[in-house]
Design a protein around this ligand. Sequence first.
Ligand code: NAP
Length: 247
Amino acid sequence: MAKTALITGASRGIGAAIALRLAQDGFQIAINCLDEKNRDEQGLAVREECQKKGVSAECFIADVSSHEQCKGMVEQVKEHFGSLDVLINNAGITADGLMVRMKEEQYDKVIAVNQKSVFNMMKFAGAVMMRQRQGRIVNISSVAGVYGNAGQINYSASKAAIIGMTKTAAKELGPRGITVNAIAPGFIKSDMTDVLPEELKQKILTQIPLGIFGEIEDIANTAAFLCSESARYITGQVLVVSGGLMM
Ligand code: NAP
């Protein structure tokens, strides 16, 4: 029976690239979209691209910062596909600003979407995987979580927490045959980084030893590896995929 992968925030960017890459590897794909608008405008196109690769794919609506909505989504995915074998916690946002000027809501929102979502999803999907006695979880962190980044106290906190959560979940779920790893991307070309000022982009580029920005497929390929049989003995690790930025 084909295995099922659920990818959060899969309507565009890195999440959509991971969905397509895992579809290529034969997984049934559950595409998480934030809301109906997001599904209709972007998610359905990702679904069609996955289906073109010969696998089943469906969109599931949930705001991953909501505990209840995550619970409902995991139940729906299990009901629809019959199993849940891979979870990719990819959904994320930024709301940058210097610490002394940052508003409380700005901090709380990023923590809720980037960090609490990982607890929500690992809790409910992890329970399903424990019953199946196998599974793979990949959490998308960031170099900002490993090394810090001025102007991103909220984002860095959320992404650093994901690393601690990854290691904790790896210890709790390992005995049931479930691996849990994190990927820490550097600068990857997507809507999230497109909005940065050109001057800042050029400055960052000078700090990347490989001399180029990453593509969304670079992260998708790493996620696919961590979900493959080749990675069966890797758990609790953080793979930095950054062209050498911050090492
Ligand atoms: P992106 O293009 O902005 O895409 C983010 C995705 O997350 C969108 O599909 C978005 O949906 C979804 N999302 C946001 N809030 C959500 C919520 N509450 N519930 C469900 N889905 C939600 O970003 P990206 O560059 O692909 O980034 C993907 C992940 O990689 C993020 O966790 C990010 O922090 C991490 N990352 C990215 C980079 C980079 O350089 N790009 C570097 C390090 C880490 P909408 O379309 O509705 O907004």
